[in-house]
Design a protein around this ligand. Structure first.
Ligand code: BYC
Ligand code: FE
Ligand code: FE
Length: 476
């Protein structure tokens, strides 16, 4: 088995597509529909841009070092699986110890299809959400980065469509078409998960999205990489190599915004939001409100705290936990319990439920631990600048729309509150109409090499060892 990718074919791949005529035909039929979707819903007005992009030439770690100018519609979207692991076994659930599946077991077909479709749906959704942001990129460096993310999310759709076409026959092909038909935020035919129907209207939202929501991608993909269905495992393993970069863009983007705001705070010796806004930077309270929004919307993506679906996905070996093999237990979990939150007598209390049913909550908690690390790094920017403000993650029950906390009102510090308190405070907890209008007003494309919008600091280093003033995008 070779790990290099054949770029001479119409669809680059390392899955021997040329030897599977029916599959190749099905995918070549889907390809123009995908390109039409990209044209219609991908980055707006970018058909002529030459973008300095990274393309995988093989699936081993070195294969990522390939950078060149690419016109995005000609980006070589392809199908790449991580190398197989010899004699791989299923290592959790009722089938623990059995050989991993190379084809779809009939009894798990509907659930697997649903998982793959849900995963696949998020990928084009994020491209749709980010479609207009290129017009207001704060620098060529940032413009190039968003396009890198967009082409990779497009490839993640390819990854899921490959699985649907190869293993789900006609149903799979129909799902492949439907993935190109749903539209983020569209009333009649929305994307499946709510966070992917929200708007990503400005660059602060974009950086928060790639910090938090792409991190949901990391955790879900890690759980799917454990799957007993080996092709899903190998596909998601390769996708994960791309995800780290998406989260880096988000984390460093927010850091650079904080850095610039702190600089102006120190220059003007003020923490007054009004003054800061007048000087063209984003006040720290507004950053906190955006954080509150994207964090709460993202933790909803893990699903209901108690879910029989989650129990079935795990027991049947379809979806594991984050780092399943590092968990020190029997990997069946039939005897285990886990705490979930609910409101009782006007207070948030923890209730023990069978762990199998709480696996969405288990994954959410892993995500939360991981999220805290980056917030600490953000706070170091303020520490260094000698500014006492600190960002915090809101309570996990805050602003929830999914699960047992959906019907209750909880403050960012975890107090159960009334609807009228909620309504009175909401504009100090979540981005208000005027916050969004202010941030929107700051946005405007900066396209001179080495120039950055006033509200964001330059990055610490460029892409692939290039300087910050490199021509990352050429306009024609
Ligand atoms: N919004 O039993 P529950 C990424 C529905 S991100 C709307 O908890 P389950 C990326 C649910 O469908 C990673 N509806 O559901 C990031 C169900 O509906 P029905 C994406 C929701 O199945 C950035 C009902 O509520 N991958 O890759 O346990 C850029 C009951 O819920 C939501 C995956 O998610 C929601 N948030 O859990 C680009 C992995 N949550 O059946 C890409 C695959 C739940 O009652 N998906 N519902 O009509 C899964 O594993 C599961 O589907 C979920 C939901 C964990 C998402
Ligand atoms: Fe993705
Ligand atoms: Fe991503």
């Amino acid at each position: 088995m070779t790990t290099s990718i054949n770029y001479n074919e119409k669809i680059p791949n390392n899955v021997n597509l040329s030897e599977d005529r029916a599959l190749r035909r099905a995918l070549e039929h889907w390809q123009p529909n995908y390109l039409n979707w990209w044209q219609e819903m991908g980055p707006d007005g970018t058909g002529n841009y030459d973008v300095y992009l990274r393309t995988a030439i093989s699936v081993d770690p070195k294969g990522w070092a390939n950078y060149d100018y690419v016109k995005m519609p000609s980006y070589r979207w392809g199908i790449f699986l991580s190398p197989p692991e010899q004699d791989r076994k299923i290592h959790f659930g009722d089938h623990k110890g059995e050989d991993a599946w190379q084809t779809v077991p009939g009894e798990h077909r509907a659930n697997l299809r649903r998982i793959i479709v849900t995963q696949g749906d998020t990928e084009p959704a994020s491209v749709e959400q980010q479609r207009h942001l290129g017009h207001t990129a704060p620098s060529l460096y940032d413009l190039r980065n968003i396009f890198q993310i967009n082409v990779e999310e497009g490839r993640h759709l390819w990854a899921m469509v490959y699985l649907l076409h190869k293993y789900f026959g006609r149903d799979g092909r129909e799902e492949g078409e439907a993935l190109l038909e749903r539209r983020s935020g569209e009333e009649d035919n929305p994307r499946i998960l709510q966070a992917f129907n929200e708007r990503t209207p400005d660059w602060l939202a974009f950086f928060m999205f790639t910090y938090f929501t792409d991190r949901d991608g990391k955790f879900q993909l890690c759980a799917l990489a454990e799957s007993g269905f080996d092709p899903l495992s190998r596909t998601t393993r390769f996708m994960l190599t791309e995800e780290a970069h998406h989260m880096f863009i988000g984390e460093s983007g927010v850091s650079r915004i904080l850095q610039r705001t702190c600089q102006v705070m120190n220059e003007l010796k003020t923490d007054d939001p009004h003054t800061l806004r007048e000087n063209g930077v984003i006040d720290l309270d507004t950053v906190q409100r955006y954080l509150n929004f994207h964090y709460s919307v993202t933790i909803d993506l893990f699903g209901a705290d108690e879910s029989s679906n989650a129990a079935i996905f795990y027991s049947s070996g379809l979806k594991g936990r984050f780092e399943e093999s590092k968990q020190d237990d029997d990997h069946r979990l039939r005897e285990d319990w886990y705490g979930v939150l609910e409101v009782r007598d006007g207070k948030l209390v923890e209730r023990q439920v069978p762990k199998l049913n709480a696996l969405n909550e288990v994954l959410r908690d892993k995500f939360i631990t991981d999220s805290i690390r980056g917030v600490k790094r953000w706070n170091r920017v303020m520490e260094k600048a000698g500014i006492p403000f600190r960002l915090v993650l809101p309570h996990k029950a805050f602003n929830r729309k999914i699960g047992s906390l959906a019907g209750v009102r909880i403050s960012p510090t975890g107090q159960v509150i009334t609807e009228s308190t909620w309504n009175a405070e909401i504009d100090s907890w979540l981005p208000s109409v005027s916050d969004r209008a202010f941030v929107a007003n700051l946005m405007g494309r900066v396209a001179e090499p080495g120039q950055f919008a006033n509200w964001i600091a330059p990055p610490a280093f460029g892409v692939n060892g290039q300087p910050a003033d490199f021509q990352y995008v050429r306009f024609d």
